[in-house]
Design a protein around this ligand. Structure first.
Ligand code: NAD
Length: 379
């Protein structure tokens, strides 16, 4: 059973604006949507379909993930806030019914644009298309429907750029050739990252609870397979967490044997103290919400007319941003995660919309003045 969460107390402490519980028994939908902040614009964040042992686990996940999305959007320079949705399900990788997606879409629609949905763990482009049948407030829909499709390859591209920045900071050379990288999670992001790394000449080992995904990468890309239980403690140059959160926790911290942690997963640290603990152990941690911003940069492009080139160009800048975070951490004498948080929160305070929140009907505030194309607020 998960630890009980005092939801409104957590919201007050962490600055969440709104948490919505959604249930529709007829279609077996149970979900929680959290809007952390709309200070910089409407909240944007993925829908996670996952099997949670207990509702409290889902609530804690959505609270933490939505806050991380605010930090991510802020450091990435977007006029977006942070939000997230989690859907409690028995099998996250089973195809969803159109009725469930419509019910979820209606709940998203009722938020009036304060939350824009996207893909996350367990989600597919088809899920986004299903949600889009009842609301315009969803991104990552099929390219045939005017969307940008699955953001994961762009996320992986950004993680790869971030890893170069970490290599530069750690070893004085951005090249990943001959480096040994462990990728934990061979899903959409992890598998795309593994391909990029093999292309670089890195030696890549992959672990996933789903053996078939690992076998596919071994067969098509030439990575090594390692047991799930060994992924975090495997001696390597870089550990790339690309599965779920809290990989670095009180139990694992002393077992980690890498020089750099840089991966696509959200909320890799179980707590802020883990940031300090990694720094104390001399492990360079590239803050997850800076590293994995490629997905959000990609889908934000969709709001004003998608351009893959523009999305890749802004995602490539993650390399420089990660370098700036490491430099700030050194200058301020803090661990990199804390430095990234400070950068994010300072921008959220300095550039907040009047009143500190985005109001429905003010789309100009979140598109940099560029006209909205696919998303029509009046739809
Ligand atoms: P996914 O569902 O495609 O892949 C997740 C993979 O992790 C699955 O293959 C699953 O079997 C595996 N997994 C789960 N628990 C594991 C464990 N204990 N050990 C090893 N493998 C395990 O999801 P994804 O879209 O690739 O997302 C991966 C991570 O990246 C998530 O934390 C997500 O929030 C984050 N992220 C994704 C994007 C994106 O564009 N998809 C963007 C930003 C952040």
């Amino acid at each position: 059973m998960g630890a009980a969460v005092d939801v409104s107390a957590w919201m007050s402490e962490h600055g969440h604006e709104q948490v919505v519980f959604v249930a529709d028994a007829a279609v077996a939908l149970r979900a929680v949507i959290a809007v952390h902040s709309t200070a910089l614009g409407p909240s944007l964040g993925g829908v996670r379909f996952w099997h949670y042992e207990h509702e409290d686990d889902a609530v804690l996940d959505v609270l933490r993930l939505s806050e991380a999305m605010s930090l991510k959007a802020s450091v990435a320079g977007l006029h977006q806030g942070g939000g997230k949705a989690v859907v409690l399900c028995d099998d996250p990788y089973r195809t969803r019914s159109p009725e469930l997606l419509r019910a979820l879409g209606r709940a998203i629609h009722e938020l009036g644009g304060r939350y824009l949905a996207a893909e996350d763990v367990g989600a597919t482009t088809a899920d986004m298309d299903g949600i889009a049948t009842v609301t315009p407030w969803v991104t990552g829909v099929s390219e045939s429907a005017g969307g940008s499709g699955d953001p994961s390859p762009v996320t992986a591209f950004g993680v790869h750029r971030a890893m170069r920045a970490a290599a530069q900071a750690g070893w004085g050379d951005p090249s990943l050739r001959d480096r040994h990288v462990v990728v934990q999670g061979a899903g959409k992001v992890g598998s795309a990252l593994a391909r990029l790394l093999v292309g670089d000449g890195a030696t890549v080992a992959v672990a996933d609870v789903d053996d078939a995904r690992v076998r596919e990468l071994v067969r098509t890309v030439g990575v090594d397979a390692i047991p799930v239980a060994d992924a975090v403690s495997e001696p390597c140059d870089v550990l790339a967490p690309c599965a779920l959160g809290s990989v670095v926790n009180a139990e694992t911290i002393d077992t980690i044997r890498c020089e750099i942690i840089c991966g696509g997963a959200n909320n890799q640290l179980a707590s802020e103290e883990m940031d300090d603990a990694l720094a104390a152990r001399g492990i360079l941690y590239a803050p997850d919400f800076v590293v994995n911003a490629g997905g959000i940069l990609n889908i934000a492009e969709e709001l004003t007319g998608y351009s893959r080139d523009r999305a890749l160009a802004s995602t490539a800048r993650i390399e420089a941003t990660v370098g700036r975070v490491f430099a700030a951490a050194r200058e301020w004498g803090v661990a990199p995660g804390r430095a990234a948080q400070r950068i994010a929160r300072e921008r959220m305070a300095a550039e907040a919309l009047p009143g500190g929140r985005w109001e429905p009907g003010d789309p100009a505030a979140w598109t940099d003045g560029r006209p909205l194309t696919r998303l029509r607020p009046e739809a």
